[in-house]
Structures are given as C-alpha cells and as structure tokens.
Design a protein around this ligand. Structure first.
Ligand SMILES: [Fe+2]
Length: 250
C-alpha cells in the first residue's frame, strides 16, 4: 500500500473548505477548529499536499511527554525544543507542518511558538541576513542530506527556509546536553553559532505563541515559519503531527 493511502479521504470539497487559505497565506499559519479526530485532521492537512512519511516512516507522529527529553541539549527544560524548521535536511523539506490536539497541557505551557522569517529578516542586520542567504552548509538527512543556504526561494518567489539552532551550535539536530563542539566542527563555524544565538534571542522576543485548543489543528508553512515548543509539565498532553509535502501551495 502506498504510504499516502493510509487514511480514507472525505469529500474533497468539504475538506477543502476547512482551511482558511487566505489566513494561512497572510500569517503563515492557521488554526482549524472542530476537527473530529486524527483521520479528519489527516484529510484537512492532506488538502494542502500529500502527507509525507516522517522520521518514523509513518504519516503520523504522536507528540507526547518524553521524560528523557531533559538530557538533550534541545531541551533546556522539560520538553522544550529550540527554534528550527522541520526536517531541514530533507529534499524538499515539508511544505506544511500540522499538529492536531487531542489533549492540551492543563497546568501551563505547552505552546507552539512560531516566527515568520519575514519578521526575523527585518530584525537582523544586513550582515546577519547575508549569513542566512549566502552561506551554504550541509543539512544532514536522507540520501546524504542537502547542501544549500538557510534562506532562499523556491523559484516562485516563496521563501525556502531551513534552520536548526542545534545544527549551528552543536553540529547535530539532537545533541547530548553536554555537547561542547569545537568551532571547526560547526557547519558555519563561529559565524553560524553567533547567528543561531541571535535568531534564538529574536525568536523569544518576536514569536507568536499558540496554545492549540483540543480538537483543533494548527497548520503552518514550514518553509517560512520557525517553530519551537515551550516548556510544559502535564504528562497527558497529546498531539498528532503531520507533514504535508508536494509543491501544492495554498
Ligand atoms: Fe519541530
């Protein structure tokens, strides 16, 4: 069976109307409310492009509390992840990411934080933007990954953003917390490390914080928006993640 066929599809017309494409285009993200379940969420995300198998080889990834997260460098504290785009070493990286919320954190935190690269570019110096647009680096991934700049366009004028704070600062998407990496091993050396810290600081200053309501779906443009997850402690928090690829754009 094709990995794209795991979900029965609902009426294309009814599903297609669920996503406010104008809002998605304007803001780079949109929240779709009153989504019945995981299958309905898959249909809605699939209206933007084919669902893409994720790191686990499946079309869905269950996002749940991971007690082990606090020994990873990306986890400054429980279950946080620093600014990145998803799967930057995949070619193409997913066009859209989506999170369907089964159960939200009930004792604070658990937001999905987003930052539009347009706002980021406005806040950076020209020299810093130059590192994003001009310096090529290797993004590890399937089939050897991708060698490209962090910020380019996809040929239609749309941004094509690939970013990983961890890769720039520790030469690994998922490094051990104690990782202290020599400049010479970093993809862009000290310039990349400095930029990563600048982006992380601006991310915290400028981010939009979304607490996805239960039975709602947050969808964002993964080639335009940086994302990160804030700390939370509720071990019952549960979301399902989808990637939509293809080149079909809203
Ligand atoms: Fe992510």
């Amino acid at each position: 069976m094709s990995p794209y066929c795991h979900f029965a599809s609902a009426s294309a017309e009814s599903v297609d109307r669920r996503v406010d494409r104008h809002r998605l285009e304007e803001d780079g993200y949109v929240v779709v409310h009153d989504v019945a379940d995981r299958n309905a969420a898959a249909d809605v995300v699939g209206s933007l492009g084919d669902l893409v198998p994720q790191y686990n080889g499946r079309l869905t990834h269950e996002v749940t509390y991971r007690p082990g997260n606090d020994h990873r460098a990306y986890s400054q504290s429980a279950n946080t992840i620093l600014a990145h785009t998803e799967a930057p070493g995949w070619d193409p990286s997913p066009a859209y990411l989506a999170l369907f919320c089964h159960r939200q954190a009930r004792c604070g935190g658990g937001h999905t934080d987003l930052l539009d690269v347009r706002r980021l570019v406005d806040a950076l110096t020209p020299a810093e933007v130059g590192v994003l647009t001009d310096a090529e680096l290797n993004f590890p991934g399937p089939d050897g990954g991708v060698r490209t700049t962090m910020l380019g366009s996809d040929g239609t004028g749309r941004s094509a953003l690939r970013f990983s704070y961890n890769l720039l600062t520790a030469a690994d998407y998922d490094p051990p917390r104690a990782a202290d990496v020599e400049h010479s091993r970093l993809p862009l050396g000290e310039a990349g490390r400095k930029l990563a810290h600048r982006v992380s600081d601006l991310f915290h200053e400028l981010r939009t914080r979304v607490l996805i309501p239960e039975n709602a779906l947050l969808i964002w443009d993964n080639q335009r928006m940086l994302h990160a997850r804030s700390e939370y402690a509720d071990r019952s928090r549960h979301l399902t993640r989808f990637w939509a690829g293809g080149r079909t754009r809203a």
